[in-house]
Design a protein around this ligand. Structure first.
Ligand code: FES
Ligand code: FES
Length: 152
């Protein structure tokens, strides 16, 4: 049964009529046309669907949308400041860290979340911060360099 819900996404308020059990990922992609978060496994195991909830990276594919009404939701589309890319986005470009791009949403948002908590992570902390995101293209070493660059 549908209900009217309120969400804060990328600094904007939205009123939506949806089934409250719908996964947040579907609402972001299908109702708000925010396609930064990707559908990968649907099981909270690949990280492709990552979003920031109150600044912390969380997979959105199994979270019922009704449970995040009081949280500030940020997607990949919301981390730049106008035309100014987020330092993590710029570092990924500078280090050419993107290959197919499927994992990048999760990699970038996990890095932003990590740097929110720990602005100068060592390599072990970066690896731990990114470990929930699977990259099947093998760009991990460039991704590590990009996150290090963004932390300088
Ligand atoms: S699609 Fe959500 S973790 Fe894989
Ligand atoms: S760049 Fe393709 S999955 Fe990571």
């Amino acid at each position: 049964m549908e209900a009217t819900l309120h969400l804060r996404v990328n600094g904007q308020s939205h009123r939506l009529t949806v089934d409250p059990a719908t996964p947040l990922l579907y609402v972001l992609r299908n109702h708000l046309q925010l396609n930064g978060p990707k559908y990968g496994c649907g099981l909270q195991q690949c990280g492709a669907c990552m979003v920031l909830l109150d600044g912390k990276a969380q997979p959105s594919c199994l979270i019922a949308v009704e449970t995040v009404q009081k949280q500030e939701i940020t997607t990949l589309e919301g981390i730049a400041q106008g035309t100014q890319l987020h330092p993590v986005q710029q570092a990924f470009i500078d280090e050419q860290a993107a290959q197919c791009g499927y994992c990048l949403n999760g990699m970038i948002l996990s890095a932003v979340s990590l740097l929110n908590e720990n602005p100068k992570p060592d390599e072990a902390a970066i690896r731990e911060g990114l470990e929930r995101v699977l990259c099947r293209c093998g760009t991990q070493s460039r991704i590590l360099r990009a996150v290090k660059r963004a932390s300088h």
